[in-house]
Design a protein. Structure first.
Length: 151
């Protein structure tokens, strides 16, 4: 999904990792009932309100996410990323975010610090400008608004 910028300020890449394609049906007591399409529209609306477009990418494959981050060097001005479980396992995603040198915001729908111990560590947080956890899908809007502010 891509939205046209209303003022041409650039494109924000919104990345969703593994299992986020199941939003709306996957453990709704934890993740709510909003679908991935709802999340993408929420991000697009927030971006458009600030003159930005969004490009949304979701994949269950780490390499696809790495390729999207690498391509963002030429196509985006910032990144919103919910890497799902890759947050806690992927040095490669961390290195890619550091390499592209774009402001990034890490988002988690749930409060990962209230969950299993292995979810408390993020490889991405150290290279992200901000981290939003536990705000539900509203976190995506907050992430886009943060990027609009700093850009």
């Amino acid at each position: 999904m891509t939205s046209a910028p209303s003022a041409g300020r650039g494109t924000i890449l919104v990345i969703n990792g593994p299992n986020l394609n199941l939003l709306g049906t996957r453990e709704p007591e934890k993740y709510g009932t909003s679908t991935l399409a709802d999340v993408e529209q929420l991000a697009a609306d927030a971006a458009a309100a600030h003159g930005f477009a969004v490009q949304c990418v979701q994949s269950n494959h780490e390499g696809v996410l790495l390729d999207a981050i690498h391509a963002a060097r030429e196509t985006a001005v910032g990144i919103v990323i919910n890497a799902g479980a890759f947050t806690h396992t992927s040095v490669a995603l961390r290195d890619a975010l550091a390499a592209v040198q774009l402001p990034a915001v890490e988002v988690h729908i749930t409060n990962v610090h209230q969950r299993e111990e292995f979810r408390h560590h993020s490889y991405l947080s150290g290279v992200c400008a901000a981290v939003i956890v536990g705000a539900g899908v509203t976190g995506y809007r907050l992430a886009v608004e943060y990027l609009a502010e700093v850009l």
